[in-house]
Design a protein around this ligand. Structure first.
Ligand SMILES: [Zn+2]
Length: 300
């Protein structure tokens, strides 16, 4: 069980399971002789990917970041990915019931990030898996998901989000919003155009002087508390922390590089804890620059 205290907040990782992913697609243009030093591929060239959701207890709200792959893949997709569908069991084993979740945040709307947003209800209609929760997802993602390119249309399953948008249970985000005090989203384009990372400042109480700043329009100042970031598919595993090691799935690989630079410019000096969606072994780590300028992941 991965759990830690981040300031006033408690963070824990719950997994929807693991699934096989083509190693070449996972590492894009990086040669296999290089990536195979970090991840072992099987005879079909598959590596094992994880599906890590992050549960945040702020003391006031219980927030779930990302909902895994879910249980409604087509048989064609299930042939490739299986359908681990373990998130609800993992949460239950940790004493978390669907009714306990107040807020669900999706970084983007690919099937492996919002799969448990909904389940098929008794009348065959799709309903919220977390009945009391307010859901949030990037508006640009949702717009794009209505008319995706041929390249990635298979990644969007409208039942994961459209029923929630229609019922008003899902709020669409522009980017930069603070969802509850201490938890905000930030757009990092690259994997998709509108993917949002979730930044967690471990307190609901901004700096004592921040009320003055807020009054004159400045964002709240949480610089005194430790920070974590659910970075999603900008760097899906600890093996992807090098600036140039992007995924073949990235729609805008050059923007992935720019976004990583931007992220590191803040996250490295401020020592943010980075949370990795698809790392089956190391769901979170501190990313540092070593003496040679190479990015290294230091486990917790
Ligand atoms: Zn993903």
């Amino acid at each position: 069980m991965h759990r830690l205290q981040l300031g006033d907040f408690e963070l824990s990782v719950y997994s929807d399971g693991t699934y096989p992913l083509d190693g070449g697609a996972f590492f894009g243009v990086v040669p296999k002789v290089m990536w195979s030093r970090k991840l072992v591929a099987d005879e079909k060239n598959y590596v094992t990917a994880g599906l890590n959701s992050l549960l945040i207890r702020t003391g006031k709200q219980t927030v779930l970041v990302e909902t895994g792959m879910g249980n409604k893949l087509s048989s064609r997709m299930a042939k490739f990915y299986g359908q681990p569908a373990q998130l609800l069991d993992s949460l239950a084993a940790g004493g978390v019931a669907p009714e306990d979740i107040d807020i669900v945040i999706n970084s983007h709307l690919h099937f492996d990030h919002c799969g448990w947003n909904t389940v098929r209800g008794q009348n065959g209609k799709f309903v919220a898996t977390f009945p009391r929760a307010k859901y949030y997802a990037p508006e640009g993602e949702w717009q794009y998901a209505r008319h995706p390119s041929e390249r990635d249309s298979i990644s969007y399953i409208s039942e994961n989000y459209d029923p929630l948008v229609e019922s008003g249970q899902m709020t669409l985000l522009k980017g930069g919003e603070e969802i509850v005090p201490g938890i905000s989203v930030r757009t990092f384009p690259g994997h998709t155009a509108h993917m949002q990372a979730i930044v967690i400042r471990g307190s609901q109480n901004p700096h004592p002087l921040a009320e003055d700043a807020r009054r004159v329009g400045h964002p709240p100042d949480f610089s005194h508390v430790p920070t974590a970031c659910y970075i999603s598919d900008l760097m899906p595993t600890t093996a992807h922390i090098d600036i140039t090691w992007g995924m073949g799935f990235d729609l805008y690989p050059l923007q992935t590089i720019e976004s990583k630079k931007q992220y590191y410019a803040e996250a490295v000096p401020e020592r943010w804890l980075t949370v990795f969606t698809h790392d089956p072994k190391t769901p979170w780590a501190y990313v540092e620059k070593d003496e040679l300028g190479k990015m290294v992941a230091k486990g917790v």
